[in-house]
Design a protein around this ligand. Structure first.
Ligand code: PLP
Length: 434
């Protein structure tokens, strides 16, 4: 008969840590060793740029060779207040000395302080805290299903949307490339074209319970919802008793020049999803549910072990303080317009730019050539940007970016575009001659 004691080792031993055994090696570890160890020990879900970063301050990142980079895409929208903002650092330092984690079957002051701050900045409602954007969207989806009480469960979302990689959030994501290889996906999701109210109406059935969208599609390529469209969605949701869910994971926390992007419109959602910049770099997500709908969730229906821990909530409070004390929203609006103006200026000189658009500091530069080489060239020259959908460059600098930093970035962008365009001309001449 098996019993627990048969598994007890006869000699009790303390594990020797690899980090200690190899301490010497870690100290002298070089870029190539680190990249090699990633290949050995980290699942290869990402295509990584071969750079190893060790420090960040404001708009600047420093790599292991002490090379400095100007970060115009900090953390994919996580570092809205820049890297290591003093207000976030001191909040974390203060809290880490007191209490890091407390489970959600108890109370602690930081979670409710943060909830009150978010409600003060948005609309009367209640929050559920989790750890990421995908988990936030997942929570919104479960909330919608709970609202449908088993009778209604279908959620309409948009083509080119992005809601995260967990199976529910992935089902709502209107981009087949992310879903490939993961079927069967959960049922009850339909996607329609963005900014097309007719398409939404056509997709409605008696099973529909919610409409979910980003007001500015981020990964989809910086597509901005029109006022008419958003007004019509609100009216439709009111008429049919549907939940209007805004995924503000990327647009939230000042990114578009308002604390939340919905403030550019004259509507309020039933559910708002937050994550990315909320924690200033620490992992936190949340849903905000309008007050009159909030009682749908009852004890036991949904949970998250780490959700809303003292440490991350305190960090998020630091983010709100940073945005407010540095007057970041005003700067965001100003610098957003300035970047668009500068890129419009480039458009006349460089013919690979097809369009530039954005809201606040969420800016897309659409090219008529693939963008990867330009991103690479910018990186070589010390500027971090991003390319989505293959040909749309994204600029999303910290909200306190200065005009000087923008000028520097635009200069590098211009150089990179010229270099890459030049290469293309040489290649095509060689092709013609060959
Ligand atoms: C990044 C993103 C998500 C997913 O967030 P994760 O924290 O990576 O899970 C969801 N929605 C939008 C709009 C996003 O930009």
């Amino acid at each position: 008969m098996l019993c627990f004691s048969s598994f007890l080792p006869t000699v009790v031993w303390e594990p020797k840590l690899f980090i200690n055994a190899e301490r010497q090696q870690y100290i002298v570890m070089k870029k190539d060793d680190i990249i090699k160890d990633y290949q050995e020990y980290i699942l290869s879900t990402y295509t990584r740029t071969p750079a190893v970063f060790v420090k960040g301050k404001g708009m600047q990142l420093t790599d292991i060779h002490d090379k400095k980079y100007l970060d115009f895409f900090p953390g994919w929208g996580v570092n809205n207040v820049g890297h290591c903002h003093p207000k976030v650092m001191s909040a974390v330092r203060d809290q880490v000395n007191k209490l890091i984690h407390i489970p959600n079957n108890f109370y602690h002051p930081q979670q409710v302080k943060l909830a009150r701050e978010i409600i003060y900045q948005s609309f009367p409602g209640k929050l559920f805290f989790c750890n990421s954007g995908a988990e936030g969207c997942e929570s919104a989806i479960k909330f919608a299903r709970a609202y449908g009480r088993g009778q209604r469960y279908e959620i309409i979302s948009m083509n080119k949307s992005f809601h995260g990689r967990t199976l529910g959030a992935l089902s709502a994501t209107g981009q087949a490339q992310y879903q490939e290889g993961f079927h069967p996906l959960p049922e009850g999701f339909k996607t329609v074209d963005f900014n097309d109210i007719g398409a939404v109406k056509k997709a409605l059935t008696e099973k529909t319970v919610a409409i979910m969208l980003e007001l500015v599609q981020g990964e989809g390529g910086i597509h901005i919802a029109t006022r008419d469209y958003v007004d019509s969605l609100r009216a439709l949701c009111d008429e049919k008793d549907l939940l209007l869910i805004f995924d503000e994971v990327q647009t939230g926390m000042g990114r578009t020049g308002e604390m939340f992007a919905y403030k550019h419109y004259s509507v309020i959602p039933d559910v708002m999803v937050l994550a990315k910049a909320l924690g200033g770099g620490l992992p936190i997500g949340a849903i905000v549910v309008k007050k009159d709908k909030a009682d749908v969730f009852k004890p036991g229906m949904h949970a998250s072990t780490f959700g809303g821990s003292p440490l991350v909530c305190k960090a998020a409070l630091g983010v709100f303080k940073a945005i407010q004390s540095d007057k970041m929203l005003v700067n965001c609006q100003k610098m957003g317009l300035y970047i668009i103006e500068q890129v419009e200026g480039l458009k006349n000189q460089i013919d690979c730019i097809k369009d530039v658009r954005g809201l606040g500091l969420m800016i897309g530069i659409e090219l008529n050539i693939p963008g990867a080489e330009i991103v690479e060239e910018c990186f070589r020259l010390g500027l971090i940007i991003n390319c989505t959908q293959g040909h749309i460059l994204r600029f999303m600098p910290a909200l306190n970016v200065t005009q000087k930093q923008v000028d520097k970035a635009i200069n590098i962008l211009k150089k990179s575009m010229t270099t890459v365009a030049g290469r293309k001309i040489i290649n095509s001449v060689e092709l013609e001659e060959g």
